[in-house]
Design a protein around this ligand. Structure first.
Ligand SMILES: *Cc1c(COP(=O)(O)O)cnc(C)c1O
Length: 223
């Protein structure tokens, strides 16, 4: 099926939910992004700084660009002028660098803190203790160019649906707890980024507000 038909299916599924679709266009050419753009898609996600910056330059300026991959501190400066939301913030040092670059560009940068919820060791993110330490640190209250908009997580890559569901439930619970517990000036928890092509239906049922979908829109990727 084509991009347009795939988007229609996804948007129909999202209709009665407070959930937005981020079209993950990594490795895909501008022509495919424009196909989605031309039927109204405006949120796109990339996982490499260089590709993100290049596509930003080349494509319409009303696209909201999401950085969804692991972000290295020395590359933050290339995306801070335009990025809409950074999903994968996984350390205080990275957050401090984003704040510094945000100040330079006089922007408030929307960030999601990435939580490690999967059983695989390889996935990035905070554990709960580290997150609490960060939220209770003095540093966080002074980051005036960061907005902490919520949490992001990737479930285990498995066919075990109950495991995926319990990981999403845990993330949602943590999200609600932080939202109701902390009154930090730059904390405004409204976004919960969870769900990809293989598990987005479960994620929506468990309260996701942002699903990140690549394959189910653009087809398989050839790296
Ligand atoms: C690639 C990627 C996605 C999209 O994956 P699909 O399975 O193609 O939908 C979502 N989130 C992150 C962080 C990714 O790197």
């Amino acid at each position: 099926m084509g991009i347009k038909a795939n988007l229609k299916i996804l948007n129909d599924e999202l209709k009665n939910h407070n959930c937005r679709l981020v079209a993950v266009s990594k490795t895909k050419p501008n022509s495919m992004i424009m196909e989605a753009y031309n039927v109204g898609q405006r949120d796109f996600g990339e996982n490499k700084v260089q590709d993100l910056a290049k596509k930003y330059q080349e494509l319409p300026k009303d696209i909201c660009w999401h950085m969804i991959g692991h972000l290295q501190r020395n590359k933050v400066k290339y995306i801070t002028p335009f990025v809409h939301l950074i999903h994968g913030v996984d350390s205080q040092k990275l957050l401090m660098e984003i704040n510094k670059q945000g100040e330079k560009h006089d922007r408030l940068i929307n960030c999601l803190l990435q939580m490690h919820i999967a059983t695989e060791e390889s996935k990035f993110g905070f554990d709960q203790g580290e997150l609490i330490d960060l939220l209770e640190s003095d540093a966080i209250a002074n980051m005036n160019h960061i907005k902490l908009s919520g949490l992001m997580g990737m479930a285990t890559n498995t066919s075990n649906e109950s495991l995926i569901r319990s990981e999403f439930q845990g993330l949602k619970k943590l999200f609600e707890r932080i939202k109701s517990t902390y009154t930090i000036p730059n904390l405004d928890f409204t976004k919960l980024s969870m769900g990809m092509s293989g598990d987005y239906k479960i994620a929506i049922e468990e309260g996701s507000t942002l699903i990140r979908i690549g394959t189910s829109i653009f087809g398989e990727r050839n790296y």
